[in-house]
Design a protein around this ligand. Structure first.
Ligand SMILES: Nc1ncnc2c1ncn2[C@@H]1O[C@H](COP(=O)(O)OP(=O)(O)OP(=O)(O)O)[C@@H](O)[C@H]1O
Ligand SMILES: [Mg+2]
Length: 387
């Protein structure tokens, strides 16, 4: 897949930007704070409907304006699309394909990209919510129908929590069981699908992460991924999960349904007291293993960083393997400055055969020479040369 043209209007520090892009590697250079990350963030938003930097969309709307527009021309399989999203400071965002309005959440069907940025270190070191979002974004890129399943599941959790709260407030303990049962059914139906799909994805991704890590670092540190499921009450902690690697198996929808049903039953009383849904994919985590230990809490800065990068390269590899739309667009924000010379070269090797790679750097010299073919200079939200 290729992005051949980008138009930004009132996105971050871009008043109006028009840019042509070609296949292969493109280097986006400029001093700090000029808009390099803003540009790739805009592209990332189109394929994940989120930003890697902020959780609220309004930060992306240029100061003093009400709406930002990201419009790109895409090409794959000799088909051309015009994809557009309008990010509104207040109110819902709007999306279009070929100038026809579509539901915003359908956008990832059209544009697949994988972005790696320094913020992704939080995938390894941060809270479970970031890892859940990572795996769900990838799930949606691979099977777009999951954007609907995940949205449905989240809605059910919200409504179920509201019901638990109102039951607690009104002192009803057992009387409203029947209403809760209806929500339980929906929760289990959508939840089991997500649990099963995530487990299959993790099983596919884990060996790719190991390979990517080895390619970047030049040594096999046994990088691995495993599921940590809230519906299976596990006595063991992350350490033993990594050691035994027994949570990496694929779980069928039927098994997930059975386990989810049993888990809900066992937490029913506590849920009534706390008025919150305690088990399900919204409480799950991924455990990253390195050198036989959990990466979180054990891995060094450089190891964590290489692991996060490997997660993204492995995602790109999986997407390219089974996507009819060709390679995802690979976006590397500020990656090369963090790496020593040999890792820079290894990374350049790993990405060399992707259809399109966009690389940002403050210092051109940090990027291996063979990636310096197309260079775009950015200054204060404008392109100054495009050679
Ligand atoms: N909503 C907004 N409206 C106007 N300007 C914004 C908005 N959001 C961010 N900016 C500006 O964009 C600039 C940051 O751009 P960006 O993060 O793309 O820099 P960069 O070129 O990637 O720099 P670095 O090399 O430091 O990573 C800052 O000057 C910031 O003030
Ligand atoms: Mg930046």
């Amino acid at each position: 897949m290729l992005v051949t043209h980008v138009d930004l209007k009132d996105f971050r520090n871009y008043k109006g930007l028009t840019l042509e892009l070609s296949s292969g590697p493109t280097l986006i250079v400029g001093s700090n704070g000029q808009g390099k990350t803003n540009l790739v963030e805009a592209l990332g938003f189109l394929s994940t409907l989120g930003s890697h930097r902020v959780s609220t969309d309004h930060a992306m709307v240029r100061q003093g304006t009400d709406a930002a527009i990201v419009r790109v021309r895409l090409e794959h399989n000799e088909r051309k699309f015009l994809a557009e999203v309008q990010i509104n400071r207040s109110g819902a965002n709007r999306a279009q394909i070929n100038r026809s309005v579509i539901r915003t959440r359908e956008l990832p069907r059209y544009f697949s990209s994988v972005l790696f940025a320094p913020e992704d270190l939080a995938l390894v070191r941060g809270e479970p919510s970031g890892r859940r979002r990572f795996i769900d974004d990838l799930l949606v890129l691979r099977s777009p129908r999951f954007s609907g399943v995940i949205a449905d599941y989240e809605r059910v959790v919200k409504q179920r929590n509201m019901l638990l709260k109102s039951a607690r407030a009104s002192g009803i303990r057992d009387a409203n069981l029947s209403t809760l049962d209806v929500w339980d059914e929906r929760l289990i139906e959508f939840g089991a699908e997500i649990i099963s799909a995530r487990s299959a994805l993790v099983a596919n991704l884990s060996p790719e992460v190991a390979k990517a890590y080895e390619r970047i670092v030049g040594a096999d540190h046994g990088a691995s991924l495993a599921n940590s499921l809230s519906i299976i009450s596990r006595q063991d902690d992350a350490e033993s999960a990594v050691a035994t690697n027994d949570v990496g198996e694929i779980i069928s929808v039927a098994d997930a349904t059975t386990a989810f049903t049993a888990a809900l039953e066992s937490v029913r009383k506590v849920e009534r007291d706390r008025a919150i849904t305690l088990v399900g994919p919204h409480r799950d985590d991924l455990i990253f293993g390195l050198n036989g230990l959990p990466a979180r809490g054990y891995a060094s800065h450089g190891e964590s960083w290489s692991f996060a990068l490997s997660l993204k390269l492995a995602s790109a590899e999986l997407l390219r393997r089974d996507s009819a739309a060709g390679d995802p667009v690979l976006i590397l924000d500020d990656v090369f400055a963090e790496l020593d010379k040999s890792r820079r070269e290894r990374l350049a090797d790993s990405i060399a055969n992707f259809e399109q790679v966009l690389i940002t750097a403050a210092v051109l010299g940090d990027v291996p020479e063979r990636l310096v073919a197309n260079v775009i200079h950015i200054q204060a939200g404008e392109v100054v040369t495009n050679e």
